[in-house]
Design a binder for this molecule. Structure first.
Ligand code: ADP
Ligand code: MG
Length: 612
């Protein structure tokens, strides 16, 4: 026997290739929708019959095709989107493989009508099992309509493999949603068995999300926006309290293309980690704009996976963007922080001149360490992203000028001349709460929890940036721990060192400490380490937390100034400033509330009830 190898006929080769591209009706829907977008359509309609098994039709008002192109479009590896290999690194279109139409035509009966605006007549083509049955000029609207009938008509095994109509419809809706979410400036409609499923006019992304997922999403969404070198992240996350017990709406897009990315998903989950119960998942709709040269889209035939050249950088930016969004916005819908001069006047007598001080914060300054040198380190400016207008004005305390006030300046003279006469109005309630005016009423801050949050972020920062400062001790301190605890301390040597602990082991359970984190007292070492050991024990039961979070949390809990400490006005102001320079000022590291607002209307109600 010789010469047994033969080239497969095109129709068979296409059918085999089609298996990769078109697994089910939803895959065809995705390809057709993407082609419509690539064609520059501003309006796209999807018609489905019987879960796409008998009909999938996409009608667009895009650029249409000339006579030859219409025919060529069904050839394998026929594409207008790239010409040479280098083009692969600059792809802005959804498609580029030139496989979709060839694949669909191999396994279905296809009818295409297409017309360019500049042509008088369009073309009508019918293709069946890769064979062009007819092509003739016909009158039609500018744009393209492709109807795919009886998918897998010639591949019975595939057809039988399809799931129930409801399952296949769900897949179609999911593909439609992925495309429609990020292409919100294109109008989309979807009709199934002559019933409208979606009617989505061109809109903002927020409106698009609400249109797709329902009216109640309007209040649940928090905007996310972050621009850095070579990267622009924009979209929405669902407020933590609306997170789902099952993986809900998790949508990443890269340059407008839906992707799945476990690593980036982790970045978002991490950003939420303190606020979500361990069995809940965050929801998000986030588009990442990046130079196409920074990605390799080509690694998976159905293209939901993407390789980033610098994934770590994207991870960091994404995580910080989400953190900020949660921190900045979670209070705003219910609370109006705007200054209200009327309230000032009510509490502070005649108002002369309202002036908003710029917030100057020193994250290392401990307002409670009044005995120490007292020299504040250079004022800390909130990171640029946080320094946006909203942030500063939202959280500004009510401030008024006190002409001729003899009080000592809040900020050391050399720092701000102009702030000398300004005093923020704070009260302390039972040495536990700090109270200040906000427009809508009174803001109550739990002083201990606030300090915990401040310290927590400070320690976490040190751990993450590996920049802890150690304070050398005059005399080493020797401490003895039970074997199991000693093991924990040994295993945490690296992060503990980062925090500023300097120690070595002497025998099994003995440790000699020569340095402690800046600001910590010798006498606190044992307590702090016990707290860390305890948290580490608890942590092994809860998987979600990482070691840095655990360490920062325990240190903050242990070192924060407890309720019951009297604070001066200056100290209260400091707490306030530092708290609102935090990423998440409103929740303590353990997830409890730090802040609450008592609305003026509630105060009025209370008084009325009392007088009854
Ligand atoms: P790809 O999108 O990867 O280029 P396809 O097989 O999906 O490959 O499409 C082949 C070609 O047909 C496209 O490159 C495009 O030029 C043309 N085409 C397909 N769909 C449309 C459409 N809706 N409007 C205009 N041109 C289209
Ligand atoms: Mg395509």
């Amino acid at each position: 026997m010789s010469n047994i190898i033969k080239l497969l006929p095109d129709s068979v080769a296409n059918q085999i290739a089609a298996g990769e591209v078109i697994q089910r009706p939803a895959s065809a829907v995705k390809e057709l929708l993407e082609n419509a977008i690539d064609a520059g359509a501003t309006s796209v309609e999807l018609f489905i019959k019987e879960a796409g098994k008998t009909l999938i039709q996409v009608v667009d008002n895009g650029c249409g095709m000339a006579t030859m192109d219409a025919r060529m479009s069904f050839e394998r590896h026929a594409t207008s989107k790239i010409q040479k290999a280098e083009d692969l690194f600059a792809i802005r279109t959804m498609g580029f493989r030139g496989e979709a139409l060839a694949s669909i035509a191999a396994i279905a009966q296809v009818e295409m009508k297409t017309r360019r605006k500049e042509d008088e007549l369009g073309n009508c083509l019918t293709v069946e099992g890769s064979k062009i049955i007819s092509q003739e000029p016909c009158p039609c609207k500018p744009g393209t309509s492709i109807a795919v009938k009886n998918l897998f008509f010639n591949v019975p095994a595939r057809r039988n493999f399809l799931k129930s109509n409801s399952v296949e419809t769900r897949h179609i809706i999911e593909e439609f949603t992925r495309v429609a979410l990020v292409n919100h400036d294109i109008a989309f409609n979807m009709t199934h068995n002559d019933k409208v499923v979606f009617r989505l006019p061109k809109s903002s992304m927020k409106a698009r999300i609400v249109n797709i997922f329902g009216k109640n999403y309007e209040k649940r969404l928090l905007p996310v926006e972050q621009q850095t070198t070579g990267l622009f992240i924009k979209g929405f996350i669902l407020k933590p309290e609306y997170s789902r017990k099952k993986r809900g709406e998790q949508y990443f897009f890269v340059n407008g293309r839906f992707i799945k990315h476990a690593y980036l998903n982790h970045a978002v989950e991490n950003a939420f980690s303190e606020l979500l119960p361990s069995d809940a998942f965050p929801s998000y709709f986030l588009n990442i704009e990046i130079d196409p040269a920074g990605i390799d889209i080509n690694i998976h035939p159905t293209k939901t996976e993407v390789n980033f050249i610098d994934a770590k950088y994207i991870y960091a930016v994404l995580q910080s963007a989400v953190k900020q969004s949660v921190g900045r916005h979670s209070l705003t819908p219910t609370i109006d922080f705007d200054k209200d001069p009327a309230i000032d006047a009510m509490f502070g007598g005649p108002v002369k001149d309202i002036k908003q001080p710029g917030i100057t914060i020193n994250p290392d300054y401990n307002p409670f360490n009044t005995g120490t040198s007292g020299s504040r380190q250079p004022a800390y400016k909130p990171p640029a992203q946080r320094g946006d207008k909203d942030w500063e004005t939202l959280y500004q305390p009510d401030t008024f000028s006190q002409p001729g006030s003899p009080a000592e300046p809040l900020i050391p003279q050399e720092e701000s001349e102009s702030q000398k006469i300004e005093t923020s109005r704070f009260f302390q309630v039972h040495n536990r709460y700090i109270v200040t005016n906000v427009r809508s009423g009174l803001m109550l801050i739990d002083q201990q929890k606030a300090h915990e949050r401040i310290l927590y972020e400070k320690f976490l920062n040190k751990l993450e940036s590996r920049q802890g400062i150690s304070q050398q001790m005059l005399f080493p301190v020797t401490l003895q721990f039970p074997a199991a605890d000693a093991e924990v301390i040994r295993s945490l040597k690296e992060p503990l060192t980062t925090l500023g602990f300097i120690f070595h082991t002497q025998g099994t359970g003995t440790f000699v400490f020569q340095g402690v984190p800046d600001g910590m007292k010798e006498s606190e070492i044992e307590g702090v380490l016990e707290q860390i050991i305890e948290s580490d024990r608890k942590k092994s039961e809860k998987l979600n937390t990482n070691i840095n979070i655990t360490l920062a949390r325990s240190l903050a809990a242990k070192l924060s100034t407890k309720a019951g400490t009297t604070l001066s006005n200056k100290e209260m102001e400091s707490v306030f400033d530092m708290l609102f320079a935090c990423n998440m000022p409103e929740v303590a590291p353990d997830g409890s509330n730090i802040i609450t607002i008592i609305a003026l209307s509630d105060l009025e109600k209370l008084l009325k009830e009392k007088s009854k």
